[in-house]
Design a protein around this ligand. Sequence first.
Ligand SMILES: NC(=O)c1ccc[n+]([C@@H]2O[C@H](COP(=O)([O-])OP(=O)(O)OC[C@H]3O[C@@H](n4cnc5c(N)ncnc54)[C@H](O)[C@@H]3O)[C@@H](O)[C@H]2O)c1
Length: 390
Amino acid sequence: MSQTAAGRRTVRIAMNGVTGRMGYRQHLVRSILAIREQGGIDAGDGTVIWPEPVLVGRREYALKALAERHGLDPDAVSTDLDAVLADDSVSVYFDAQVTLAREEAIRKAVAAGKHIYTEKPTATGLTGALELAGLARAAGIKHGVVQDKLFLPGLLKLKRLIDGGFFGRILSVRGEFGYWVFEGDWQSAQRPSWNYRAEDGGGIVVDMFPHWEYVLHELFGRVTAVQALTATHIPQRWDERGKPYPATADDAAYGIFQLDGGIVAQINSSWSVRVNRDELVEFQVDGTEGSAVAGLRNCRVQHRSATPKPVWNPDIPATEPFRDQWQEVPDNAEFDNGFKAQWELFLRHVELDEPYTWDLLAGARGVQLAELGLRSAAEGRRLDVPELSL
Ligand SMILES: NC(=O)c1ccc[n+]([C@@H]2O[C@H](COP(=O)([O-])OP(=O)(O)OC[C@H]3O[C@@H](n4cnc5c(N)ncnc54)[C@H](O)[C@@H]3O)[C@@H](O)[C@H]2O)c1
Protein backbone atom coordinates (compact mmCIF):
# COMPACT_ATOMS: atom_id res chain seq x y z
CA MET A 1 0.00 0.00 0.00
CA SER A 2 1.44 3.39 -0.86
CA GLN A 3 0.41 6.29 1.30
CA THR A 4 1.20 9.95 1.25
CA ALA A 5 2.34 11.48 4.52
CA ALA A 6 -0.95 13.39 4.57
CA GLY A 7 -2.90 10.11 4.77
CA ARG A 8 -0.97 8.99 7.82
CA ARG A 9 -2.07 9.17 11.40
CA THR A 10 1.37 9.12 12.95
CA VAL A 11 1.60 7.72 16.48
CA ARG A 12 4.95 8.41 18.15
CA ILE A 13 5.79 5.64 20.60
CA ALA A 14 8.54 5.84 23.22
CA MET A 15 9.87 2.27 23.24
CA ASN A 16 11.87 1.51 26.39
CA GLY A 17 13.89 -1.70 26.61
CA VAL A 18 14.30 -2.27 22.86
CA THR A 19 17.79 -3.69 23.25
CA GLY A 20 16.33 -6.62 25.21
CA ARG A 21 15.20 -9.98 23.91
CA MET A 22 11.49 -9.16 23.84
CA GLY A 23 11.76 -5.45 23.16
CA TYR A 24 13.95 -5.92 20.12
CA ARG A 25 12.75 -9.02 18.39
CA GLN A 26 9.06 -9.31 19.24
CA HIS A 27 8.11 -5.67 19.66
CA LEU A 28 10.42 -3.51 17.55
CA VAL A 29 11.25 -5.82 14.63
CA ARG A 30 8.33 -8.25 14.42
CA SER A 31 5.61 -5.77 15.43
CA ILE A 32 6.32 -2.05 14.91
CA LEU A 33 8.72 -2.39 11.97
CA ALA A 34 6.55 -5.13 10.46
CA ILE A 35 3.52 -2.84 10.65
CA ARG A 36 5.51 -0.14 8.84
CA GLU A 37 6.65 -2.65 6.22
CA GLN A 38 3.05 -3.60 5.48
CA GLY A 39 2.23 0.12 4.97
CA GLY A 40 0.76 0.89 8.40
CA ILE A 41 -2.62 -0.13 9.80
CA ASP A 42 -5.60 0.57 7.56
CA ALA A 43 -7.95 2.81 9.54
CA GLY A 44 -10.78 2.15 7.10
CA ASP A 45 -11.28 5.81 6.20
CA GLY A 46 -8.53 6.20 3.62
CA THR A 47 -5.86 6.85 6.24
CA VAL A 48 -3.36 4.55 7.91
CA ILE A 49 -2.08 4.45 11.47
CA TRP A 50 1.67 4.86 11.25
CA PRO A 51 3.78 3.94 14.31
CA GLU A 52 6.91 6.06 14.71
CA PRO A 53 9.25 4.60 17.36
CA VAL A 54 11.46 6.69 19.62
CA LEU A 55 14.05 4.32 21.05
CA VAL A 56 14.69 4.79 24.76
CA GLY A 57 17.32 3.00 26.83
CA ARG A 58 20.46 3.26 28.90
CA ARG A 59 23.13 2.98 26.20
CA GLU A 60 23.01 5.60 23.47
CA TYR A 61 25.45 3.75 21.16
CA ALA A 62 23.26 0.63 21.24
CA LEU A 63 20.12 2.62 20.45
CA LYS A 64 21.85 4.50 17.61
CA ALA A 65 23.11 1.22 16.19
CA LEU A 66 19.56 -0.16 16.24
CA ALA A 67 18.16 2.95 14.55
CA GLU A 68 20.84 2.73 11.87
CA ARG A 69 20.36 -0.99 11.28
CA HIS A 70 16.65 -0.50 10.67
CA GLY A 71 16.70 2.82 8.80
CA LEU A 72 15.04 4.77 11.63
CA ASP A 73 15.68 8.44 12.44
CA PRO A 74 19.05 8.44 14.27
CA ASP A 75 17.89 11.43 16.31
CA ALA A 76 14.82 9.59 17.58
CA VAL A 77 16.83 7.84 20.30
CA SER A 78 17.27 8.91 23.90
CA THR A 79 18.74 7.87 27.23
CA ASP A 80 16.62 10.47 29.01
CA LEU A 81 13.16 9.05 29.70
CA ASP A 82 11.95 12.22 31.42
CA ALA A 83 12.80 14.32 28.38
CA VAL A 84 11.00 11.90 26.05
CA LEU A 85 7.95 11.90 28.31
CA ALA A 86 7.95 15.71 28.30
CA ASP A 87 7.75 15.67 24.49
CA ASP A 88 4.14 16.34 23.47
CA SER A 89 4.59 14.70 20.08
CA VAL A 90 5.05 11.32 21.84
CA SER A 91 1.66 9.88 22.72
CA VAL A 92 2.38 6.26 23.73
CA TYR A 93 4.87 4.84 26.23
CA PHE A 94 5.87 1.19 25.74
CA ASP A 95 7.84 -0.79 28.32
CA ALA A 96 9.83 -4.00 27.74
CA GLN A 97 12.48 -3.32 30.35
CA VAL A 98 13.48 -5.79 33.01
CA THR A 99 10.46 -6.30 35.26
CA LEU A 100 11.95 -4.47 38.26
CA ALA A 101 12.35 -1.21 36.33
CA ARG A 102 8.79 -1.19 34.92
CA GLU A 103 6.55 0.17 37.64
CA GLU A 104 8.44 3.41 38.21
CA ALA A 105 8.70 4.14 34.49
CA ILE A 106 4.99 3.52 33.91
CA ARG A 107 4.08 5.79 36.83
CA LYS A 108 6.08 8.59 35.22
CA ALA A 109 4.53 7.96 31.82
CA VAL A 110 0.99 8.01 33.22
CA ALA A 111 1.77 11.25 35.07
CA ALA A 112 2.97 12.68 31.75
CA GLY A 113 -0.39 11.78 30.17
CA LYS A 114 0.94 9.11 27.80
CA HIS A 115 -1.06 6.08 26.75
CA ILE A 116 0.60 2.92 28.09
CA TYR A 117 1.42 -0.36 26.42
CA THR A 118 3.58 -2.76 28.40
CA GLU A 119 5.05 -6.19 28.74
CA LYS A 120 3.93 -8.35 31.62
CA PRO A 121 4.20 -8.58 34.58
CA THR A 122 3.13 -4.96 35.03
CA ALA A 123 4.73 -4.80 38.49
CA THR A 124 6.42 -7.16 40.93
CA GLY A 125 3.58 -6.98 43.48
CA LEU A 126 -0.20 -6.73 43.40
CA THR A 127 -0.31 -3.42 45.30
CA GLY A 128 1.87 -1.75 42.68
CA ALA A 129 0.03 -3.36 39.76
CA LEU A 130 -3.36 -2.21 41.07
CA GLU A 131 -2.03 1.26 41.73
CA LEU A 132 -0.88 1.51 38.12
CA ALA A 133 -4.33 0.46 36.90
CA GLY A 134 -5.97 3.03 39.21
CA LEU A 135 -3.64 5.83 38.15
CA ALA A 136 -4.22 5.05 34.49
CA ARG A 137 -7.96 5.08 34.93
CA ALA A 138 -7.87 8.37 36.88
CA ALA A 139 -5.68 9.94 34.19
CA GLY A 140 -8.13 8.86 31.49
CA ILE A 141 -5.37 7.43 29.31
CA LYS A 142 -5.59 4.25 27.26
CA HIS A 143 -3.62 1.25 28.46
CA GLY A 144 -2.78 -2.25 27.36
CA VAL A 145 -0.72 -5.22 28.55
CA VAL A 146 0.89 -7.85 26.32
CA GLN A 147 -1.13 -11.10 26.40
CA ASP A 148 0.51 -12.67 23.39
CA LYS A 149 -0.37 -16.30 24.10
CA LEU A 150 -4.03 -15.56 23.30
CA PHE A 151 -2.99 -14.87 19.71
CA LEU A 152 -1.05 -18.10 19.16
CA PRO A 153 -2.48 -20.23 16.35
CA GLY A 154 -2.73 -23.28 18.63
CA LEU A 155 -4.72 -21.40 21.25
CA LEU A 156 -6.87 -19.67 18.62
CA LYS A 157 -7.81 -23.12 17.31
CA LEU A 158 -8.57 -24.23 20.87
CA LYS A 159 -10.81 -21.17 21.31
CA ARG A 160 -12.56 -22.02 18.06
CA LEU A 161 -13.25 -25.55 19.37
CA ILE A 162 -14.62 -24.16 22.64
CA ASP A 163 -16.83 -21.63 20.84
CA GLY A 164 -18.10 -24.37 18.53
CA GLY A 165 -19.13 -26.55 21.47
CA PHE A 166 -16.71 -29.35 20.58
CA PHE A 167 -15.88 -30.36 24.16
CA GLY A 168 -19.32 -30.68 25.71
CA ARG A 169 -18.68 -30.00 29.39
CA ILE A 170 -15.01 -29.20 29.93
CA LEU A 171 -13.59 -31.14 32.86
CA SER A 172 -9.91 -30.37 33.07
CA VAL A 173 -6.92 -28.65 31.50
CA ARG A 174 -3.38 -29.97 31.81
CA GLY A 175 -0.58 -27.70 30.69
CA GLU A 176 3.05 -28.56 30.27
CA PHE A 177 5.43 -25.68 29.65
CA GLY A 178 9.17 -25.72 29.67
CA TYR A 179 12.54 -26.59 28.28
CA TRP A 180 16.08 -26.91 29.49
CA VAL A 181 17.73 -23.54 30.10
CA PHE A 182 21.46 -24.14 30.14
CA GLU A 183 23.26 -23.31 33.36
CA GLY A 184 25.76 -21.11 31.52
CA ASP A 185 29.00 -22.90 32.38
CA TRP A 186 29.80 -25.15 29.43
CA GLN A 187 27.06 -23.79 27.14
CA SER A 188 25.75 -20.24 27.45
CA ALA A 189 22.26 -19.80 28.93
CA GLN A 190 19.52 -18.91 26.45
CA ARG A 191 17.70 -16.63 28.90
CA PRO A 192 19.00 -13.55 30.77
CA SER A 193 20.54 -14.28 34.18
CA TRP A 194 18.20 -11.87 36.04
CA ASN A 195 15.45 -14.46 35.44
CA TYR A 196 17.15 -16.71 38.02
CA ARG A 197 17.63 -14.08 40.75
CA ALA A 198 14.60 -13.27 42.94
CA GLU A 199 16.21 -9.98 44.02
CA ASP A 200 16.27 -8.86 40.36
CA GLY A 201 12.61 -9.69 39.65
CA GLY A 202 13.27 -13.21 38.35
CA GLY A 203 11.49 -16.53 38.89
CA ILE A 204 9.27 -18.72 36.75
CA VAL A 205 6.11 -17.98 38.78
CA VAL A 206 6.44 -14.21 38.27
CA ASP A 207 7.24 -14.85 34.61
CA MET A 208 4.65 -17.48 33.67
CA PHE A 209 1.67 -17.26 36.06
CA PRO A 210 0.57 -13.94 34.48
CA HIS A 211 0.32 -15.83 31.17
CA TRP A 212 -1.58 -18.72 32.72
CA GLU A 213 -4.02 -16.28 34.34
CA TYR A 214 -5.21 -14.74 31.10
CA VAL A 215 -5.07 -17.99 29.10
CA LEU A 216 -7.24 -19.80 31.67
CA HIS A 217 -9.50 -16.80 32.27
CA GLU A 218 -10.19 -16.05 28.60
CA LEU A 219 -10.60 -19.64 27.45
CA PHE A 220 -12.04 -21.52 30.42
CA GLY A 221 -13.01 -19.27 33.33
CA ARG A 222 -11.54 -17.00 35.99
CA VAL A 223 -9.05 -18.61 38.39
CA THR A 224 -10.73 -18.80 41.79
CA ALA A 225 -8.08 -20.71 43.77
CA VAL A 226 -4.42 -21.63 43.37
CA GLN A 227 -2.13 -24.18 44.90
CA ALA A 228 1.49 -24.20 43.85
CA LEU A 229 4.70 -25.94 44.70
CA THR A 230 7.85 -24.23 43.52
CA ALA A 231 11.43 -25.41 43.31
CA THR A 232 14.86 -24.10 42.50
CA HIS A 233 16.16 -27.26 40.92
CA ILE A 234 19.42 -25.72 39.71
CA PRO A 235 20.92 -23.75 42.60
CA GLN A 236 23.92 -22.31 40.77
CA ARG A 237 24.13 -20.74 37.32
CA TRP A 238 26.65 -18.72 35.31
CA ASP A 239 25.84 -15.21 34.10
CA GLU A 240 26.43 -13.37 30.80
CA ARG A 241 30.07 -12.79 31.78
CA GLY A 242 30.66 -16.40 32.71
CA LYS A 243 30.62 -15.67 36.45
CA PRO A 244 28.90 -18.16 38.77
CA TYR A 245 26.00 -16.85 40.87
CA PRO A 246 23.50 -18.44 43.26
CA ALA A 247 20.09 -18.96 41.64
CA THR A 248 17.74 -17.48 44.25
CA ALA A 249 14.51 -17.66 42.23
CA ASP A 250 12.22 -20.59 41.46
CA ASP A 251 13.00 -22.33 38.16
CA ALA A 252 10.00 -24.69 38.27
CA ALA A 253 6.41 -24.38 39.48
CA TYR A 254 3.82 -27.12 39.76
CA GLY A 255 0.43 -25.40 39.94
CA ILE A 256 -3.19 -26.44 40.38
CA PHE A 257 -5.81 -23.84 39.51
CA GLN A 258 -9.53 -24.05 40.23
CA LEU A 259 -11.66 -22.16 37.75
CA ASP A 260 -15.03 -20.51 37.87
CA GLY A 261 -17.53 -23.15 36.74
CA GLY A 262 -15.60 -26.05 38.24
CA ILE A 263 -12.89 -26.80 35.66
CA VAL A 264 -9.58 -27.97 37.18
CA ALA A 265 -6.38 -26.80 35.53
CA GLN A 266 -2.95 -28.15 36.32
CA ILE A 267 0.08 -26.52 34.75
CA ASN A 268 3.72 -27.46 35.13
CA SER A 269 6.17 -24.68 34.29
CA SER A 270 9.87 -25.45 34.24
CA TRP A 271 13.21 -24.22 32.94
CA SER A 272 14.76 -27.45 34.22
CA VAL A 273 13.00 -30.02 32.08
CA ARG A 274 13.91 -31.61 28.75
CA VAL A 275 11.35 -31.50 25.97
CA ASN A 276 9.58 -34.71 25.07
CA ARG A 277 6.58 -33.00 23.48
CA ASP A 278 5.79 -31.62 20.05
CA GLU A 279 5.92 -28.01 21.23
CA LEU A 280 7.41 -25.98 24.10
CA VAL A 281 3.98 -25.54 25.63
CA GLU A 282 1.03 -27.90 25.30
CA PHE A 283 -2.41 -27.88 26.89
CA GLN A 284 -4.59 -30.97 26.98
CA VAL A 285 -8.27 -30.21 27.44
CA ASP A 286 -10.64 -33.05 28.30
CA GLY A 287 -14.38 -32.68 27.91
CA THR A 288 -17.33 -35.02 27.95
CA GLU A 289 -17.68 -34.91 24.14
CA GLY A 290 -14.05 -34.74 23.13
CA SER A 291 -10.48 -33.79 23.98
CA ALA A 292 -7.82 -31.60 22.40
CA VAL A 293 -4.10 -31.03 22.72
CA ALA A 294 -3.08 -27.53 21.70
CA GLY A 295 0.45 -26.20 21.35
CA LEU A 296 1.85 -22.94 20.04
CA ARG A 297 0.85 -23.68 16.45
CA ASN A 298 -0.97 -26.98 16.24
CA CYS A 299 -4.02 -28.51 17.80
CA ARG A 300 -5.16 -32.14 17.68
CA VAL A 301 -8.53 -33.50 18.70
CA GLN A 302 -10.14 -36.78 19.59
CA HIS A 303 -13.90 -36.98 19.55
CA ARG A 304 -15.94 -39.13 21.92
CA SER A 305 -17.02 -41.28 18.96
CA ALA A 306 -13.39 -42.08 18.08
CA THR A 307 -12.09 -42.66 21.59
CA PRO A 308 -10.30 -46.02 22.06
CA LYS A 309 -11.12 -48.28 25.00
CA PRO A 310 -7.77 -49.19 26.59
CA VAL A 311 -7.71 -51.93 29.19
CA TRP A 312 -4.99 -51.74 31.81
CA ASN A 313 -2.68 -54.70 31.40
CA PRO A 314 1.00 -54.08 32.12
CA ASP A 315 1.90 -57.60 30.98
CA ILE A 316 1.41 -56.91 27.29
CA PRO A 317 2.76 -54.17 24.98
CA ALA A 318 0.49 -51.20 24.23
CA THR A 319 -2.29 -52.46 22.00
CA GLU A 320 -3.02 -49.21 20.19
CA PRO A 321 -1.02 -46.38 18.63
CA PHE A 322 -2.58 -43.82 20.98
CA ARG A 323 -0.79 -40.77 19.59
CA ASP A 324 -1.87 -41.59 16.05
CA GLN A 325 -5.52 -41.63 16.99
CA TRP A 326 -5.83 -37.84 17.07
CA GLN A 327 -6.92 -35.60 14.23
CA GLU A 328 -5.20 -32.34 13.25
CA VAL A 329 -7.39 -29.22 13.42
CA PRO A 330 -6.95 -27.31 10.14
CA ASP A 331 -5.77 -23.68 10.11
CA ASN A 332 -8.83 -22.37 8.19
CA ALA A 333 -7.33 -18.89 8.54
CA GLU A 334 -4.04 -17.04 8.27
CA PHE A 335 -2.49 -16.37 11.64
CA ASP A 336 -0.40 -13.24 12.05
CA ASN A 337 2.38 -12.93 14.62
CA GLY A 338 0.54 -12.59 17.95
CA PHE A 339 2.64 -9.71 19.26
CA LYS A 340 1.96 -7.72 16.09
CA ALA A 341 -1.74 -8.60 16.07
CA GLN A 342 -2.08 -7.28 19.62
CA TRP A 343 -0.11 -4.10 18.84
CA GLU A 344 -2.45 -3.43 15.93
CA LEU A 345 -5.51 -3.77 18.17
CA PHE A 346 -3.95 -1.49 20.76
CA LEU A 347 -3.04 1.19 18.22
CA ARG A 348 -6.57 1.02 16.80
CA HIS A 349 -7.83 1.50 20.37
CA VAL A 350 -5.61 4.56 20.78
CA GLU A 351 -6.34 6.15 17.41
CA LEU A 352 -9.85 5.00 16.56
CA ASP A 353 -11.25 4.39 20.04
CA GLU A 354 -12.01 0.75 19.24
CA PRO A 355 -12.66 -1.46 22.30
CA TYR A 356 -9.74 -3.15 24.04
CA THR A 357 -9.96 -5.28 27.17
CA TRP A 358 -6.40 -6.41 27.93
CA ASP A 359 -5.59 -3.42 30.13
CA LEU A 360 -3.62 -2.72 33.31
CA LEU A 361 -6.40 -4.19 35.46
CA ALA A 362 -6.16 -7.42 33.43
CA GLY A 363 -2.38 -7.17 33.92
CA ALA A 364 -2.90 -6.82 37.69
CA ARG A 365 -4.85 -10.11 37.71
CA GLY A 366 -1.73 -11.82 36.35
CA VAL A 367 0.45 -10.25 39.03
CA GLN A 368 -2.11 -11.29 41.66
CA LEU A 369 -1.97 -14.92 40.55
CA ALA A 370 1.84 -14.89 40.64
CA GLU A 371 1.87 -13.35 44.10
CA LEU A 372 -0.70 -15.82 45.45
CA GLY A 373 1.09 -18.71 43.73
CA LEU A 374 4.32 -17.84 45.51
CA ARG A 375 2.50 -17.40 48.81
CA SER A 376 0.73 -20.72 48.35
CA ALA A 377 4.09 -22.42 47.82
CA ALA A 378 5.70 -20.69 50.81
CA GLU A 379 2.80 -21.51 53.14
CA GLY A 380 2.10 -24.96 51.72
CA ARG A 381 -1.63 -24.41 51.24
CA ARG A 382 -4.31 -23.60 48.68
CA LEU A 383 -5.34 -19.95 48.45
CA ASP A 384 -8.49 -18.30 47.13
CA VAL A 385 -8.01 -15.74 44.38
CA PRO A 386 -10.35 -12.81 45.09
CA GLU A 387 -11.87 -11.01 42.13
CA LEU A 388 -10.11 -7.71 41.51
CA SER A 389 -11.75 -4.38 40.90
CA LEU A 390 -10.67 -0.77 41.12
N1 LIG B 1 5.30 -11.80 26.65
C1 LIG B 1 6.21 -12.73 26.75
O1 LIG B 1 6.04 -13.84 26.30
C2 LIG B 1 7.51 -12.44 27.45
C3 LIG B 1 8.58 -13.34 27.31
C4 LIG B 1 9.77 -13.04 27.95
C5 LIG B 1 9.89 -11.90 28.72
N2 LIG B 1 8.83 -11.07 28.86
C6 LIG B 1 8.93 -9.85 29.70
O2 LIG B 1 9.66 -8.87 28.98
C7 LIG B 1 10.50 -8.13 29.86
C8 LIG B 1 11.93 -8.13 29.32
O3 LIG B 1 12.41 -9.46 29.29
P1 LIG B 1 13.61 -9.88 28.33
O4 LIG B 1 13.67 -11.35 28.39
O5 LIG B 1 13.50 -9.17 27.03
O6 LIG B 1 14.85 -9.28 29.16
P2 LIG B 1 16.24 -8.72 28.63
O7 LIG B 1 17.17 -8.80 29.80
O8 LIG B 1 16.63 -9.37 27.35
O9 LIG B 1 15.94 -7.18 28.29
C9 LIG B 1 15.73 -6.23 29.31
C10 LIG B 1 15.74 -4.82 28.75
O10 LIG B 1 15.62 -3.92 29.86
C11 LIG B 1 16.69 -2.98 29.86
N3 LIG B 1 16.97 -2.57 31.24
C12 LIG B 1 16.47 -1.47 31.82
N4 LIG B 1 16.87 -1.36 33.08
C13 LIG B 1 17.66 -2.41 33.33
C14 LIG B 1 18.39 -2.83 34.49
N5 LIG B 1 18.37 -2.14 35.61
N6 LIG B 1 19.09 -3.99 34.38
C15 LIG B 1 19.10 -4.71 33.24
N7 LIG B 1 18.41 -4.35 32.12
C16 LIG B 1 17.71 -3.20 32.17
C17 LIG B 1 17.82 -3.70 29.14
O11 LIG B 1 18.74 -2.77 28.61
C18 LIG B 1 17.04 -4.44 28.04
O12 LIG B 1 16.74 -3.55 26.97
C19 LIG B 1 10.33 -8.76 31.24
O13 LIG B 1 9.48 -7.99 32.02
C20 LIG B 1 9.69 -10.11 30.96
O14 LIG B 1 8.80 -10.51 32.00
C21 LIG B 1 7.65 -11.32 28.25
